[in-house]
Design a protein. Sequence first.
Length: 305
Amino acid sequence: MQIGMTLPVMEPDLWQHGARTLEEWSRAVDEGPFSSLCFGERMAFDNPETIALLGAVAAWTSGVQVVTTVLVPQLHDPVLLAKSLATGDQLTGGRLTVGVGVGGREEDYRAAGADPATQTMQEMADRVAVMRRVWAGEDVTGARRPVGPPVVRPGGPQVLVGTMGPRTVRHAAGWADGLAGVTLDLDLTGVGRLFDLARTAWGAAGRGTPRLTTSFWFALDEEAGGPDEARAQVHRHLRHYMNWLPPRLVDAMAPTTGFAGTTEQLAAVLRRFAELGTDEVQLIPTGSAVSQVHRVAEVVGRLGV
């Protein structure tokens, strides 16, 4: 099993030192032993714009896979998005994996000038199909030349679908390359069922074996100052990130959402994910201190999964 790390793009103090935090994290993750460097998209928020960040990350790293977890195609023109991602694919030397999702916030659609009525799985699939036609070099615009640049590998970057439920899995089996999942409460039994469903659905669609990834929020006791503070760190992060939800709902979720514990306990959780046949776990930080990357790197180095 591989283990990736997410940039702290949703942290309230991200811009305190300008872009330095993002660069330090990118370089630290690239040093290993992580398999991927991940970051997601929001519009009505103070996180960095995803395509611009992709260009910077391509310059700051040289070996780690770069994963969008996740982009919302309906917030973009699909041809322009395909061109932007093909550029990112070239800049990273083919290290790009594209995670896509419909998004859970109507306010992001409004902020992007997108139609909330397009917030459907079918619309997302249709836009991914356009992107793949662009990556294949097809003329989708009627222009004198196809939209480029060319992608590094035939067919373009791998496309994973963001999901937490079976309906999305069944729909995506016909067009996605795998799952970019997230587990809120570390329900490994539920994750295992979803993975089994994906394997069955992909097989029935004649699509082979899907790539199975999942993610969860984390805070380390050793970094936060003890178990209570680690859980409080997760809570603060959720309050900031889930600002579209009523605070009372976030407060009710916080005690059981994500991981808050020691590095030894984190290693045990990761071993359990490996036993499920998970291809990659992508950890989501709840603080911006780069020292977390080094602590988790020690865990990954000892795991041998």
